[in-house]
Design a protein around this ligand. Structure first.
Ligand SMILES: CC(=O)Nc1cnc2ccccc2c1
Length: 454
């Protein structure tokens, strides 16, 4: 690098600034209400989170699947009064079809299982990460979309499936640096509620709707709950029976209440034994108040929560043995969970365990003169072909700009292509942490041999 070339570089000055055009009306640059953009910093965080979701799914030998965000509306039409179906982001398309942006992933998974039918070898262990949508009045200012990680096991009737899914959840939390002091997983079984309702002669076909209401028990005042339940024909005795059942504290107490017929107590005991065998028993607890709000759960239900009690549920899931049958398929045992992208990030931020995700570049390559642009491109291509991350400066930039760019990219080295060096077949390599530099031939540079820049 000669003083002259540096002077020429400085003389080059800034890149030409285009004269401002007549300002058209600028479009609204914000995304639609309730939705998010993911500029680079947010996208790095999202990719880090999804990478961790994927890593656990891979560790458990689950296969990734995907399906359209747009589905037939019919997939989500349910009469149980769930918020998720009452806020369906649905519309009629130009072909007159009733369609919806999916509010959840499980119905699509069920549809795919039925579509593939006999061609599948059960049990299936499938996972997906997908964006889900809801349309609610913006008065509540809540988001209208979020991403959900789902893992599902289709075709295993035994509680071993639930134990495996809970192990995946705990593995994820541990990989994040979350401990069983931070997060717990409450487990119950909807057969508790079913037993109480049948004892009080509540008709079976209001079971799902009752579950949806009871799931709101900690969010709504009790008289509101009682009102909604009585509208379903649930007598006040039944309501009191439900409240008693939800406050049961132990499996033995549960056995006294509902007896062994339903198998719920045996399943929960077996689940806790398996939890112990997997080594995550300190993460899971029986909690009869857990119902979950989805209509199609029939048996085990579970929910991950933060022990400081400040956040909404982190994740949740359960057994849905009837869902495929309601879509016209064969009775197919199934269970799975959903894990949203919002609460977990709030928890990680609260715990201060969000990693600093940096841009990482190995090299920044800059041609110091216009006629050296081609060699600079050759150098970048050669380095990239050996897997190095290279930021090639594409315009006439001053060195000062290049050093700042190198900092932004956390580049390890800068390659300056100058005419005097290039005439000798070399380029200048500068180590950006030590400042040391040396001239290297292109071949040595690419093979990283025969030279050492600190
Ligand atoms: C905290 C958050 O964003 N929740 C959220 C956001 N969007 C959704 C969209 C569909 C279903 C559930 C949703 C839940």
């Amino acid at each position: 690098i000669t003083r002259a070339s540096l002077a020429r570089e400085n003389a080059r000055g800034h890149t030409p600034i285009s004269t401002p055009t007549k300002q058209e009306d600028v479009i609204d640059v914000n995304p639609p209400r309730g939705t998010r953009d993911f500029p680079p910093d947010e996208m790095r965080l999202r990719n880090w989170l999804f990478h961790n979701f994927r890593e656990v799914s891979r560790l458990f030998a689950f296969e990734e699947i995907d399906f359209p965000v747009l589905e037939s509306e019919a997939l989500f039409v349910r009469k149980a009064g769930e918020e998720i179906t009452q806020q369906l982001y649905n519309f009629e398309d130009k072909g007159g079809r009733r369609v919806a942006l999916r509010p959840e992933l499980t119905p699509s998974l069920a549809r795919l299982v039925l579509q593939k039918g006999k061609a599948l070898s059960f049990p299936l262990k499938w996972f997906t990460i997908g964006q889900c949508w809801r349309y609610e009045r913006m008065t509540r200012g809540r988001r209208r979309e979020h991403y959900q990680w789902n893992m599902d096991i289709i075709g295993v009737p035994g509680i071993e499936a639930e134990a495996e899914l809970l192990s995946a959840l705990v593995t994820f939390f541990k990989n994040m640096g979350i401990t069983s002091n931070d997060v717990g997983i409450k487990i119950s079984n909807r057969k508790v509620l079913q037993a109480v309702l049948s004892r009080h002669n509540v008709p079976d076909d209001s079971f799902a709707a009752v579950c949806v209401i009871v799931d709101k028990i900690e969010k709504l005042p009790q008289d509101e709950i009682k009102k909604e339940l009585s509208m379903l024909g649930v007598t006040i005795e039944a309501v009191n029976g439900i409240l008693d059942a939800l406050s049961i504290r132990s499996l033995d107490e549960l056995e006294d209440l509902i007896g062994p017929e339903s198998g719920a107590v045996a399943d929960l005991k077996q689940l806790l034994n398996l939890a112990n065998a997997y080594g995550y028993d300190d993460w899971v607890h029986f909690d009869a108040s857990i119902v979950r709000g989805l209509a199609y759960y029939t048996g085990t239900v579970f929910e991950g929560f933060d022990k400081e009690g400040r956040l909404r549920a982190i994740c949740g899931g359960g057994r849905y043995d009837r869902l495929l049958a309601t879509f016209g398929g064969p009775e197919t045992p199934a269970c799975g969970f959903g894990f949203g992208d919002a609460v977990i990030l709030e928890l990680l931020k609260e715990k201060g365990i969000i990693p600093s995700l940096r841009l990482e570049a190995d090299y920044i390559v800059i041609a110091l003169e216009d006629h050296l642009r081609q060699p600079a491109s050759t150098i970048a291509a050669r380095l990239r072909s050996t897997g190095h991350v290279v930021d090639l400066v594409l315009e006439n930039k001053r060195l000062k700009w290049a050093f700042r760019q190198a900092e932004r990219l956390n580049a390890k080295r800068m390659i300056l292509v100058g005419s005097s060096e290039w005439e000798k077949g070399t380029v200048r390599v500068k180590d950006l942490s030590s400042g040391d530099e040396c001239d290297v031939t292109l071949d040595d540079l690419v093979t990283q041999q025969n030279y050492k820049v600190s």
